[in-house]
Ligand binder design. Structure first.
Ligand SMILES: Cc1cc2nc3c(=O)[nH]c(=O)nc-3n(C[C@H](O)[C@H](O)[C@H](O)COP(=O)(O)OP(=O)(O)OC[C@H]3O[C@@H](n4cnc5c(N)ncnc54)[C@H](O)[C@@H]3O)c2cc1C
Length: 483
């Protein structure tokens, strides 16, 4: 999709008549839009939500419904885990870099317990249970370690606590449940939702204040006036190949683009046309799917030169980022007969051999490269230590039982999954900022239309955490703006 010639800005002077109006117009009914609408409506504003699909949900409804929350939520306490806003802050500042948004992270950590309570009060169900088998929760359990909290070097920076809160599945998948609950909460407010409405352009007045939006319904244009402002919650741009190639070419190489058709970057481009800055557009959540079953963490991840480059127990997005950006996505997981289990998603062997030397030859790696790597790794694993990358002893086991195999996690051969993390630059109130740091009058944004908590390093649940929490703030701030 080449979008360079599309018009994403209109002038109020060209508007002959508005078809409809509200105090606050929210674009998109995913998790960010739903939370923005609820807060704006609860503030007393007249709210209109415009959704391009035939129903709300967006990518949030497709998700596994994990939300990163901590600081001592009721579930953490019930499951016997200690946490504090400060430990959570230290962890996020260390992982969400480089140059994470400290103001957003501080506020989010300080208010995380209250945000959890808000979600519960608005009908989002969580079960008071802990799942210890990995980040992804296939059961209806709630709490899990969903990032690199337990691993080197983060376990030394902040006291580990599980912070992934997965919404309880009640007959449907967790992401669907999250959105069903949030949409039901929107419906309890006076906010009106119009579906099958594709927003195309912001409307600005002479002073460049955003005063409305132009949308298309069944091929016909409809103009909505926004008395207090517009909140863009229209998702990211992973489905816009042209934008991904231009801004985040690494992500273009991955097979599974995590998002709906709505993730076409229109929200970001609308915001930019009104003067908003887009930041960190090269960043994304990069999932290298090698961690299920958990026993595979005992394998050794190497690049095409037979070299290890990370502790394999780091969170899979952290391994994915290192593998893709620094090792060209050309990586293999070395296993032996003792630790091998069928991976999920299914992954083929690039090579097998009776010896590591044979495997090295089959993979066309430099002579002795893989052999030396395995010799060093096995010597350490014998003593339950990884002197190079400090993988946790729980996942250390010498690989000495033939046959040996190299699971093929090269980016062209494996189901790497990605979504974009870059977007409009916003402050803690969701105000869209210009490149000079001034708010674009009348314009707020949240969710994947914006660059949020994670500049890069991603822990699972951060996207929906960011979308719901800053969606709320954006909705409230917009509703409180001067008309
Ligand atoms: C399989 C999968 C699993 C995932 N698991 C997790 C997880 O467990 N935890 C986590 O944090 N993240 C997860 N993610 C990522 C996460 O779901 C998204 O990043 C997040 O939900 C984005 O929320 P949002 O509100 O910004 O966007 P969305 O939920 O996509 O909402 C945007 C809405 O805007 C609408 N829209 C778009 N353009 C327009 C327009 N021009 N006019 C009107 N409406 C428009 C869309 O139709 C959509 O309804 C997962 C993603 C996938 C695909």
């Amino acid at each position: 999709m080449d979008t360079r010639n599309e018009h994403t800005l209109r002038w109020e002077r060209d508007v002959v008549a508005w078809h409809d109006e509200a105090d606050v117009v929210v674009v998109g009914l995913g998790s960010a839009g739903a939370c923005a609408a609820i807060e704006a409506a609860e503030t007393g504003a007249d709210v209109r939500v415009l959704e391009r699909a035939s129903g709300g949900g967006g990518t949030s409804a497709l998700s596994t419904g994990q939300i990163y929350l901590g600081g001592g939520t009721a579930i953490q306490v019930a499951c016997g885990f200690e946490d504090s806003a400060d430990e959570m802050f230290q962890y996020l500042m260390a992982t969400c870099g480089p140059e994470p948004d400290e103001a957003k992270i501080r506020l989010f950590c300080d208010e995380s317990v209250a945000h959890y309570d808000w979600l519960v009060a608005h009908g989002v169900p969580f079960k008071g249970s802990f799942y210890g088998e990995g980040s992804y929760t296939p059961t209806d359990d709630c709490l899990s370690y969903s990032g690199s909290e337990l691993t080197h070097a983060y376990r030394d920076i902040a006291k580990p606590a599980p912070r992934g809160h997965t919404v309880q599945q009640v007959g449907i998948e967790a992401g669907g449940q999250l959105m069903q609950s949030l949409i039901a909460a929107v419906e309890k407010t006076p906010a009106r939702v119009d579906v099958d409405v594709r927003c195309e352009s912001l409307v600005v007045n002479q002073a460049r204040r955003v005063v409305g939006i132009a949308a298309v319904i069944e091929g016909r244009e409809r103009l909505y006036r926004a008395r207090r402002g517009v909140v863009l919650c229209a998702g990211g741009f992973i489905q816009n190949r042209e934008m991904v190639k231009r801004h985040a070419p690494w992500l273009a190489r991955c097979k599974y683009r995590m998002g709906t058709d709505g993730d076409d970057g229109r929200g970001i481009r609308m915001g930019m046309s009104a003067g908003g800055d887009a930041i960190r557009m090269h960043t994304g959540c990069i999932v290298l799917p090698f961690t299920v079953p958990k026993g595979l963490l005992r394998g050794v991840m190497v690049n095409r030169y037979g070299q290890r480059f990370i502790n394999e127990d780091a969170y899979q997005t952290v391994v994915g980022e290192a593998a893709l950006v620094h090792h060209d996505g050309q990586v293999f997981l070395i296993v032996d007969d003792a630790i091998y289990e069928r991976p999920f998603p299914p992954t083929e062997f690039a090579a097998v051999g009776e010896t590591i030397e044979e495997l090295e030859r089959e993979l066309k790696m430099p002579e002795r490269s893989l052999q030396n790597t395995l010799a060093l790794y096995n010597a350490g694993a014998e003593k339950s230590e990884d002197t190079v990358f400090q993988k946790d002893a729980e996942h250390l086991q010498p690989l000495v039982h033939p046959p040996f195999g190299a699971l093929d996690y090269r980016v062209e051969h494996s189901l790497w999954s990605v979504f974009t993390m870059g977007g409009l630059h916003t402050d803690t109130e969701g105000r869209v900022l210009t490149p000079d740091g001034y708010p674009v009058s009348g314009l707020h944004a949240a969710g994947r239309t914006t660059s949020g908590l994670a500049a890069q390093g991603y822990s699972s649940g951060l996207s929906i955490a960011d979308a719901t929490y800053f969606g709320r703030r954006a909705g409230r701030a917009c509703a409180s703006s001067e008309p």
